[in-house]
Design a protein. Structure first.
Length: 191
């Protein structure tokens, strides 16, 4: 299914999410079918986008998360656009990922880092680089100011965006920033 048709099922925001995701994919040039990790499943928008683009997607969130952003019907959304077979779900905490070193061609956080406790964000960054393959990438999407304004209309307590650069410590990474329609995108490669 193409993105426009998927948006008929998932809502008009999906087209913007896909446009921002595509900016990162255009930089990464991952091979078709590559195994990728989508951290923070939520309603499944980004995992669904990745599956529609032909990647082998593993997604997950902590089983302890009782906020409104977790335990959503991501599987129903994936089924609505026919990609349920392209996405596997596993509970995990990004600060201690249960995956071997170098397993994923890329690790994506779409609207997630600011939901993670600030004290855990350095661990999360280190873990994401660890599970990315050598030369692989870690990509954070965080709301831009206009998106944050829209989010606060319905959820005034929503946390402020996180700047991933604050959490990379001394890790040897090369960084690139991209401006999406909804999100500011920070792309890191081990280097
Ligand atoms: C706003 S939702 C993300 C939206 C989602 N990526 C999408 O495309 O629909 C935030 C997600 O972050 C997850 N999350 C929060 N803390 C986490 C952690 N420590 N490890 C992994 N996921 C976490 C939440 O459980 C929730 O699934």
């Amino acid at each position: 299914m193409n993105i426009s048709n998927a948006a008929k099922h998932l809502g008009p925001m999906f087209e913007q999410i896909a446009a921002d995701g595509q900016l990162a994919l255009d930089e990464l040039r991952l091979p078709h079918g590559a195994q990728v990790l989508d951290v923070g499943t939520g309603v499944g928008n980004f995992a669904i986008f990745l599956a529609l683009r032909g990647f082998d997607v593993l997604t997950g969130e902590p089983d302890t998360d009782t906020t409104r952003y977790a335990r959503q019907d991501w599987a129903g959304n994936a089924a609505a656009v026919g990609v349920e077979r392209g996405i596997r779900f596993q509970h995990f905490n990004a600060a201690h990922m249960p995956f071997e070193d170098g397993r994923f061609a890329a690790v994506f956080f779409y609207g997630v880092l600011h939901h993670i406790d600030e004290t855990a964000r350095k661990d999360v960054f280190r873990e994401a680089l660890r599970v990315a393959r050598p030369g692989g990438a870690v990509v954070f999407f965080e709301p831009n100011p206009e998106t944050l304004k829209q989010i606060w209309v319905n959820d005034p307590g929503h946390p402020v965006p996180a700047d991933p650069a604050c959490y990379k410590g001394n890790l040897p990474v090369k960084a690139m920033r991209l401006q999406g329609r909804r999100m500011d995108i920070s792309l890191y490669r081990a280097g």
